[in-house]
Design a protein around this ligand. Structure first.
Ligand SMILES: [Zn+2]
Length: 154
């Protein structure tokens, strides 16, 4: 059987079955099999007669699920793999000089001319940009966003 764990929602999955946590209590639960440090509980799950406690080693970071029977007798320890946490697909929005400066120049150069880049920096620093360059640069914001998922907003 495959055990996986969703860190964000504290859900344990046994194969395809989602078992939500009934408690998020933190307790010391024995020792790590790989480094012998202390395991702390992350969440408690009820699966039929059994209780599963998902634990994380405080030292090496390994995840396990400890399985107990209805009388809290330890039955088994199983490996738990982590489910990837989905990254929100919203674009990065750049609206100040610090943000602009953090964009690799190569990316800017791929879309904007030198004059346009200077105008962008001037605008972001609240200096007076060359109007014509800024105007041209702004027309390329959409293109820049499409290529790099970075939205310029100044
Ligand atoms: Zn460990």
């Amino acid at each position: 059987m495959e055990y996986s764990y969703d860190l964000k929602g504290n859900n344990l999955y046994i194969e395809e079955n989602r078992i939500p946590a009934y408690s998020l209590e933190e307790n010391e639960i024995g020792n790590c099999t790989s480094c012998d440090s202390i395991l702390m509980s992350l969440s408690y799950h009820a699966a039929g007669e059994r209780t599963l406690v998902v634990t994380k080693c405080i030292s090496c970071g390994a995840f396990y699920a400890n399985v107990y029977d209805s009388g809290w007798n330890w039955v088994d320890e199983v490996q738990v793999s982590l489910l990837p946490i989905p990254i929100p697909i919203s674009n990065q929005i750049i609206d100040d000089w610090k943000g602009l400066e953090a964009i690799p120049i190569k990316k800017l150069e791929a879309v904007f001319s030198r004059g346009e880049i200077e105008a962008l920096f001037a605008r972001a620093k609240d200096e007076t940009p060359t109007r014509q360059y800024l105007y041209r640069a702004r027309k390329k914001y959409k293109l820049f966003e499409e290529i790099f998922d970075i939205e310029l907003a100044f």
